[in-house]
Ligand binder design. Structure first.
Ligand SMILES: NCc1[nH]cc(CCC(=O)O)c1CC(=O)O
Length: 324
């Protein structure tokens, strides 16, 4: 497998977003190794199920088929949206690389170029499409601070489908991840980038994970060259918070770690987290800062520290509900 002509097999879901993400990573791996990279399409349960994600258990439905293919040696590596990965990493699979993350924010795509505050102020109750309890909780809380009410409408489907609800006039707006729109070349349709003071993204949002079997040490070492240590530290802290809150990917938990700098010099990492009820009536939102983690253990510790403070403030009681 160390020759330069045998293609590396990159397993990917068939969705446009997955194909775009995999295509970009394939390009980078090809540059890095000089070896051709071949895309192998894998269908996952999350792609075929019509049920709402929260009903089929949320965590990891998109990734298990890719992981099965890795372990069966049908593919050499796989690319996931990091936010779709369960927080518990299987022993037999390596997160070989976490490349530099895209814009982690959520965005609004609304009719008539409107912003969230403009929509919330409209004379009829704005209908905003999102099935994510995290987005519902924070959008409803934001509307409450304006003394307004919005209606969140559960939707799923791929990004094209979601944007279609606005284009066809069935919803006033949808909320999506900026990263997905950027990767699909549709970031120009955004009508507002939601500031993280108002809406914290999902842990790991905007980052990709490149995974291979731990037994394939040479490939893992090669892929590691695509790793961005700051992104890895940030998403490790965010996912550690999620894990310590014992919440899954369909739980109303937002988290974002970022670097604080004085001039050009990075001084600390800040981790912010939020948990809330989907109606937005109660949010627990806290922040902590510490030295930039120098190891995975330190990043995990930062997440655990914030989780403990959030649990102390009653976070556990807000995570019981499951979204629709
Ligand atoms: N839950 C589906 C999903 N998984 C990753 C992304 C976007 C890309 C990313 O966050 O890395 C999306 C779509 C969305 O939330 O708008």
């Amino acid at each position: 497998m160390n020759d330069t002509t045998t293609p590396l097999r990159l397993g990917t879901r068939r969705s446009k977003l997955a194909m775009a993400q995999s295509g970009q990573v394939a390009e980078a791996v090809q540059q890095l190794t000089g070896r051709p990279v071949e895309l192998v399409e894998i269908t996952t349960y999350g792609d075929v199920s019509r049920e709402h994600l929260a009903q089929i258990g949320g965590t990891g439905v998109f990734v298990s088929a890719l992981r099965d293919a890795l372990l069966a040696d049908e593919i050499d590596f796989a690319v996931h949206s990091l936010k779709d990965l369960p927080t518990q990493q299987p022993d037999d699979l390596a997160l070989a690389a976490i490349p530099a993350r895209e814009d982690p924010r959520d965005v609004l795509v609304a009719r008539d170029g409107l912003t969230f505050e403009e929509l919330a102020a409209s004379s009829t109750v704005a209908r905003i499409g999102t099935g994510s309890p995290r987005r519902m909780a924070q959008l409803n809380a934001w509307a409450r601070t304006l003394g307004r009410r919005i209606e969140t409408v559960p939707i799923r489907g791929n990004i094209d489908t979601r944007l279609g609800y606005v284009a066809k006039g069935e919803l006033d707006a949808v909320v999506l991840a900026a990263a997905g729109l950027t990767r699909l070349g549709r970031i120009g349709e955004v009508t507002e980038f939601l500031e993280t003071d108002a809406v914290l993204p999902a842990p790991g949002q905007g980052a990709l994970a490149i995974e291979c079997a731990v037994t394939n040490a040479p490939l893992a070492a090669t892929l590691a060259e695509l790793d961005d240590p700051y992104t890895r530290a940030a998403v490790t802290a965010e996912r550690s918070l999620l894990a310590a809150l014992e919440a899954g990917c369909s739980a109303p938990v937002g988290a974002l770690a970022d670097l604080l700098a004085v001039g050009q010099v990075v001084t600390e990492m800040r981790l912010r987290g939020v948990v809330g009820t989907t109606d937005g009536s109660t949010l627990v939102q806290l922040s902590t800062t510490g030295p930039v983690p120098a190891s995975s253990e330190e990043a995990v510790a930062l997440g655990q520290l914030l989780a403990a403070e959030m649990l102390d403030k009653g976070a556990a009681g807000l995570m019981g509900e499951r979204a629709l």
